[in-house]
Design a binder for this molecule. Structure first.
Ligand code: UDP
Length: 253
């Protein structure tokens, strides 16, 4: 394959210029990081699983009319997406208390919230992605009021979709993070769900046992991360046929 131009290398993915203008190839790495990259490891097979799972969720969203940047999966580690301008926010939706919210507000992990709660974090690794309010977003011009209305609506639709899909396979969606991109069709701008949706960016607990099937397995040393992600993929039917064991990464050119 011809050498491609690398656009950006992040913690879990590398972005390359796509074959057509306005497209990008997302390559899913096996690298896992937590606590602002203070804890890191390489988890064999994670990139393949996240590529397949993110495809599954993004396609599902596209199919119900929630716009995403996803175009198609290219191979076991890469997908083609629309180039977009990422709004510098991490949009977190919570259905149950966990993680930083439990710590900040002293609420036991797993406590059901009275309604979904949306939080915004400013995407800046150097600052450790601080929690911000809509006041900051408006004052610093990170997004307009119209954008914020659209982001809220997208976040809630993603939440309903993901919660339902996960509930169907016996998994509780505790919380998740999405990123939003701007795409331009001529002069017209619209917002799409971008980046990835995978167990790296969600909290997923088995409904019966509360077993964690997400990145907390890595953050908190609870066992084998690939096994946890494989279980999610298996339940959703996105493992390649005959893959009884975790998918091994394939060599790509
Ligand atoms: N999350 C993420 N990337 C981040 C921070 C959080 O994908 O940089 C996800 C995380 O996996 C969880 C949700 O957002 O599903 C809420 O995370 P929280 O604020 O509780 O932070 P954490 O406890 O993970 O530091």
């Amino acid at each position: 394959m011809a050498r491609r131009k690398k656009i950006y290398e992040g913690k879990a993915k590398t972005l390359y210029e796509g074959p057509e203008p306005g497209t990008i190839v997302q390559y899913f790495k096996d690298d896992a990081t937590a606590f602002n990259a203070e804890k890191r490891d390489v988890i064999e097979g994670k990139g393949v699983l996240n590529n397949l799972l993110s495809e599954y969720f993004m396609m599902g969203l596209n199919n119900i009319g929630v716009p995403t940047h996803f175009l198609k999966r290219l191979n076991m580690r890469e997908q083609l997406v629309r180039a977009c301008e990422i709004i510098p926010l991490e949009v977190v939706v919570r259905n149950y208390a966990a993680g930083s919210m439990s710590k900040r507000l002293g609420i036991d992990e797993g406590t059901q919230l009275p309604r979904p709660i949306i939080e915004y974090y400013y995407k800046d690794d150097k600052l450790g992605d601080p929690l911000i309010t809509e006041e900051h977003i408006a004052a610093f011009g990170w997004a307009s009021q119209q954008d914020m209305d659209d982001i809220l609506s997208l976040a809630l639709r993603v939440n309903d979709f993901l919660s339902g899909v996960m509930f169907g396979v016996g998994i509780r969606l505790i919380d998740f993070k999405i990123e939003i991109g701007r795409v331009y069709d001529g002069d017209f701008q619209r917002l799409v769900v971008a980046d990835e949706i995978s167990p790296d960016s969600c909290r997923l607990w088995d409904i019966e046992t509360n077993q964690k099937l997400d990145k907390d397995v890595f953050r908190r040393d609870l066992g084998n991360l690939t096994d946890a992600y494989s279980e999610v993929a298996r339940r959703l039917g996105v493992m390649p046929k005959n893959a009884a064991t975790p998918i091994k990464p394939t060599l790509i050119n």
